[in-house]
Ligand binder design. Sequence first.
Ligand SMILES: [Zn+2]
Length: 461
Amino acid sequence: MSSARTVCVVACACALLATPAATQAPSRPAWLEPYRETATRLIHAATADHFAWRRLAELTDTYGHRLSGSENLERAIGWAVETMRRDGLEDVRTEPVMVPRWVRGRESAEIVFPLKHPIAMLGLGGSIATPPGGIEAEVVVVGAFEELRSRAAELRGRIVLFNTPFTTYSDTVAYRTGGPRAASQLGAVAALVRAVGPTGLRTPHTGSVQYGQGIPPIPAASIAAEDADRIARLTARGVRVRVRLTMEARAEPDVESANVVGEIRGRERPEEVVLLGGHFDSWDVGTGASDDAVGCIITWEVARLMVKLGLRPRRTVRIVLFANEENGLRGATAYATRHAAHASNHVFALEADSGVFNPASLGFSGSAAARNLVRDIATLLAPLGLSDIVAGGGGADIGPIAQAGNAPMMAYLGNAGRYFAIHHTPADTIERIAPEEVSKAAAAIAVMAYVIAEMPERLPR
Ligand SMILES: [Zn+2]
C-alpha cells in the first residue's frame, strides 16, 4: 500500500519532470497523407466551439469535488455513465473498485504566542485527528530533512514546521508525504508543512501524507507560505512561537466505487486497445477542475468526436475515468488486475493529469521506433502549436497496465507553473481554465489517438 501511494502522490507531476528535449521531424511525412484530412476534421470539430469546457463546467458545478468515497463522486460517476451512453460511446460500464474513505471534519490552526493569529491551513489527506481540544506546542522550524535530524534533541513534544520553499513538485512533495513521519520518529507531536506549490494568495495545498509502519502517526497539515514565513521569521528572532492545531479528520471503512469505461470498438482489431484517460476523483477542496476533471473530459472528448464524425478506427479506443488516484491508486491497480490477461493488447496509453494550461506539450515514453512514429504524427498538430514531443510520458493511472503490457505511454502536459499554483487547493476551479486550452488539448489527443488506432501496424513496443 505504501509503495503504491508513493507512486500516486507524485503522479500528477511525474511526467512534468521530463527534460524538454524536443526533436525535429520532417514537416510532412509521406506515410501520414491518408490521415491528414481526418486529422484536420478532428481539430476543427474539437476547436469549433467550447463544448468540452461547458461539459467540464457542468461536471464541476453540479457535483463539486469528487473525493474518493464521497457521495459527490458516486453521483458524478452515474452522470458520466449516462452521458457517455448519450454520446454514443460503446460498451459503457463501471468496473468496481474498493476505495478508502477519509473525512476531513472541522480543522483550524492558530499562532497563540506571541500573539493570536489564525493560520491558513488544510489538513493533509489521510491525517489523523488531534485530541478534541487540539494540540498546543512550541514550533521548531526546519528547512530540510538534514536540519530535522541535526536538531533531533529539540523535537520531543514540539510541532515541527517544514518550511521548505517550492522548487519542483517532485522535490518538494517529499516534505508533505514523508515529513510528518520523520518528525514523529524524533518525538514531535504534530507536523505543519509549507504549502507544496508556488507562493500563492495565502493558499494552503492539501495532498496525501504517508505514515510509516511502526511509527506513531501524528496530525499533519499544510499551511500557507505566508504563515510559514511569518513563523520562521519570528523564531529566527528568538521568539518561542506556540501554535494550536485542531483537526477532526478520520478514516472510515473502504467503500465501493468504480472506474468508468467507454469505448469506440475497433473495426478490424477490436482486441487491440488505445487507452486514454485521467482520474475522476479529486481532493475535497475546490472542484478538482484542473486535477483532474479536465483530464477526464478531454480524453472522453476523443471518443465523442469520433462518434460525431462517424470515425471507427481499426483498433478500439478505450476511455477510462480512473477511481482514487489521489489517495490510494486503487483504480489503476484494479484496472491492471482486471485486464491483466490482455495487458499486451494495450498498444498505447495516454494520461491527461497535468492540466491543460498553455504553453502545453506532449510527453512520450517508449522505444526509439515508436518515438519516431509519434514524432511524425505530431506534425499533424502543427496548427495547435504542439508538434514537438518531449521526453517523459505516462501517468499514475495508466502506469500499471502499460508496464504490464510494455505499452508506449504519452502524457498531455499543461504548463507546470500554472498547474501547481492551484493544485490541491480551493482555487482549483474552472475559472482558471480557458475554453481554448481545453479544446486544444482534446484536439491534440484526438489526432494522436486516431492515427495510432488506425495505422496498419501497431505502434512498436
Ligand atoms: Zn491528478
